[in-house]
Design a protein around this ligand. Sequence first.
Ligand SMILES: O=C(O)CCC(=O)C(=O)O
Ligand SMILES: [Mn+2]
Length: 187
Amino acid sequence: MSDGNVEYQSDFLNDEEANYLLDFLYTHIKWRSDKIKFFGKEYNIPRMQAWYGDENAFYSYSNIDLKPLPWTAELLKLRDRISKVSGEDFNSVLLNLYRDGQDSNGWHSDDEKELGPKPIIASLSLGQERVFHLKHKSKPLKESIKLGHGSLLIMKDETQKYWKHQIPKSSKTMKPRINLTFRRIFT
Ligand SMILES: O=C(O)CCC(=O)C(=O)O
Ligand SMILES: [Mn+2]
C-alpha cells in the first residue's frame, strides 16, 4: 500500500477461541454509550465502547476522555499475544461493540498525538464480518478489506498520517461485532 502499511491475517484466532471471546467480552466488558459534542450539539456515538489499559494510559478524542479500566485477565492474555506478533508494547485497548448494521465508525485516522508519529495499531475482530474501508487523504486511492471473525489487522508506519479508515453502516441484517484495537499511548 502506498504511504502506509496494513497487514491482514484472517485466522489469527481459531473458531473456538474466537467464539469464546465474543461471548465472554459481550457479557463481561463494561460497555458504555458515549456522546460526542459537535458545534454545541450532542450526538450518541453509533456503537458502544470501552477503554482498558495501564493506569497512566489516558486517551482523549472528540471531547471524550477515556480513563482506562484496569486490565482483565482475558484482555492481558490477548494483549501479550498480540504484542508478540506485532512487535509493539501495547499499554491499552479500545473496544468497540457494533450492535447491528446501523452501528458504525466514521472516517478518521488514529493520529492523536498521544499515539506518537507512527502508531502501530493491532485490530482484532470478533463476530459479524464487516467491511473496513481505507481512503488516502490526498491521492485517489481506496482499499477495502472484509474483517472476519478471529482476524487480526495491523496498521503501521505512516498509515495514520496518510490514510483514513471507517466501518460503514449497512442496511443488511447484521449480528453484533466486537473489535479491539490495541494501542500504545506515550505517557
Ligand atoms: O471496528 C473497527 O474495525 C475499527 C475501529 C477503529 O477504527 C477505532 O476504534 O479507531
Ligand atoms: Mn480507528
